[in-house]
Design a protein around this ligand. Structure first.
Ligand code: RP5
Length: 181
């Protein structure tokens, strides 16, 4: 990484435009075409008060940027990386190979397949470099898992999660009451 950093001093990480306050969670994706899958989860992270940075770091189109970004995230105060990709979805695994931060992979359904290619590319990481993998297109669960990790050291986030879970429970109970005969 030091060698890469010396060679690629043109690459700034993390993006200074959106690094205020220092992000706790990074939501990165292979392409802007992945954004729709992540939007609701990003809103959830914001609702929980978690400082979040969103960017594109393609493992094959911007390999140096991706490597530096992942390698330098921990020293910037980042605690969790959410990485979304579709097809030959190597971004989460590559990001995880450059950091010891927990990486949550979001398999994105490509337009021409059912998304199993993305899922298997992410979940089948070889021994040694884990990627926590959520369901296909499940950006919300990725955000909730990230929030659970942050909640282990941030009581306000833990409380927000409890409220969220309570809200879901109340919603289901209300629906149950409604259809009860
Ligand atoms: C992956 O290739 C991206 O994560 C995206 O899901 C997929 C297609 O990318 P685009 O061709 O739409 O840019 O890298």
């Amino acid at each position: 990484v030091d060698k890469l950093r010396a060679e690629r001093s043109d690459i700034k990480t993390p993006s200074p435009a959106i690094a205020k306050p220092a992000p706790t969670v990074i939501v990165t994706m292979g392409s802007d075409s992945d954004i729709p899958v992540l939007v609701d989860g990003i809103k959830l992270l914001e609702r929980f008060g978690i400082a979040t940075e969103v960017n594109i770091t393609s493992a094959h189109r911007t390999p140096d940027y991706m490597a530096l970004y992942a390698a330098e995230a921990a020293s910037q105060g980042v605690k969790v990386i959410i990485a979304a990709a579709g097809g030959a979805a190597h971004l989460p695994g590559m990001a995880a190979s450059h950091t010891i931060l927990p990486v949550i992979g979001v398999p994105v359904k490509p337009s021409k397949t059912d998304g199993m290619d993305s899922l298997l590319s992410i979940v089948q990481m070889p021994r040694g470099i884990p990627v926590a993998t959520v369901g296909i297109d499940n950006g919300i669960n990725a955000a909730l898992l990230a929030a659970r990790i942050v909640g282990t050291f941030d009581p306000a986030v833990a409380e927000a999660l409890e409220e969220y879970i309570g809200g879901m429970e109340r919603e289901v109970m209300a629906k149950s009451e409604k259809i009860k005969k």
